[in-house]
Ligand binder design. Structure first.
Ligand code: TYD
Length: 345
């Protein structure tokens, strides 16, 4: 069946990987990519798709109903990935997070519901985050987030994503919309904006600069390869149950210290390249995902996230694509980086 999927945020890291994944795996689908091209959206990420009849890029804002509504008329499925996503930025200035993540999501939900004379734009998948659950204590390695874990977001970023998550829930309960929500752990892979820890550290090391490790480095994240995440979202779009939430994780917990040492090893650099810096305010200690609902109900499991191979190939991508990240790093990013860490970078 030919499908026209409306994707938001397709010029970002996960979005651009999702466009490629869907076009490669669903040969009869078309994608409309709505992206406002904020600081982290980079049309270069999909430059090779220009002219592909199955792909259309629309520059526009998810908060603007006049932009969104006509696109919903064309869609028979929506995957909403557009978001402000960087915790440190949300600590410095939270308003863009509330606007994009909360207001943007509600605008899309309203437009999707009203489309086609009230028949709607088909299934709506909200790509949420494991950060809505808050933090787990390091002392309890037995605990993991399930879909029933109470929502206790700790950062302005996580709180704004929780707002979106709950609005999606409300759209299902109030209007009977076909909404499904995914909550995923930390992604890694190609095209990630180099403010996130893995591309930041790899690209710093390539420029012979130290890597800023927050606090004691014992914070734990569950790392999933972006292609595993994309496959999970596609699985939920096709097979998930309306009104449900599905956790997606890599089953790959690592402390930041462990991650940093692995990157240093791959790149042949010494521990002297670590620069301990002040901890992030309110820094969540540990995220860990129980993705057994995805496995048991939908038959999905991560298959591309295991280290060292997945980390090595990701590091190699940044090594091989220096001109990509140099252009990114020298742009809007520089200003932000200077504010965070002084004039270096
Ligand atoms: P990040 O990539 O910002 O993802 P998130 O905060 O959403 O999990 O950070 C991943 C981990 O790396 C997090 O525990 C914070 C830490 N970190 C550093 O130690 N130094 C850095 O410069 C950055 C950006 C992150």
């Amino acid at each position: 069946m030919t499908r026209t999927l409306l994707l938001t945020g397709g010029c970002g890291f996960i979005g651009s990987n999702f466009v490629r994944f869907v076009l490669a795996n669903r040969p009869d689908w078309r994608i409309i990519n709505l992206d406002v091209l904020s600081y982290s959206g980079n049309p270069e990420n999909l430059a090779d798709l220009e002219g592909d009849p199955r792909y259309r890029f629309v520059k526009g804002d998810i908060c603007d109903m006049d932009t969104v509504a006509p696109l919903m008329e064309e869609a028979d499925g929506v995957v909403h990935m557009a978001a402000e996503s960087h915790v440190d930025r949300s600590i410095m200035d939270s308003k863009p997070f509330v606007v994009s993540n909360v207001l943007g999501t509600q605008t899309l939900l309203d437009a999707a519901r009203r489309a086609k004379g009230g028949k709607g734009a088909g299934r709506f998948v909200l790509v949420s985050t494991d950060e809505v659950y808050g933090s787990l204590p390091l002392e309890r390695p037995d605990l993991r987030f399930t879909e029933e874990t109470p929502l206790q977001p700790n950062s302005p970023y996580a709180a704004s994503k929780t707002g979106a998550d709950l609005l999606a829930r409300a759209a299902f309960h109030t209007f009977g919309m076909d909404v499904v929500t995914t909550r995923c752990s930390n992604n890694f892979g190609p095209y990630q904006f180099p403010e996130k820890v893995i591309p930041l550290f790899v690209t710093n090391l390539m420029e012979n600069q130290q890597v800023p490790l927050y606090g004691d480095g014992k914070n734990v994240r569950d790392w999933i390869h972006v292609d595993d995440h994309c496959e999970g979202v596609l699985t939920v779009l096709e097979k998930g149950r309306a009104g449900e939430v599905y956790n997606i994780g890599g089953d790959n917990e690592r402390s930041n210290l462990e991650l940093t040492h692995a990157i240093l090893d791959i790149m042949g650099k010494g521990k002297d390249m670590i620069r301990p810096v002040q901890d992030r305010l309110g820094h969540d200690r540990r995220y860990a995902i129980d993705a057994s609902k995805m496995a048991n109900e939908l038959g999905w499991r991560p298959s591309r996230s295991a280290w060292p191979d997945a980390l090595e190939s990701t590091v190699r991508w940044y090594v091989d694509n220096r001109s990509w990240w140099q252009r990114v790093k020298s742009g809007a990013y520089r200003e932000y980086y200077a504010k965070q860490y002084g004039a270096k970078g």
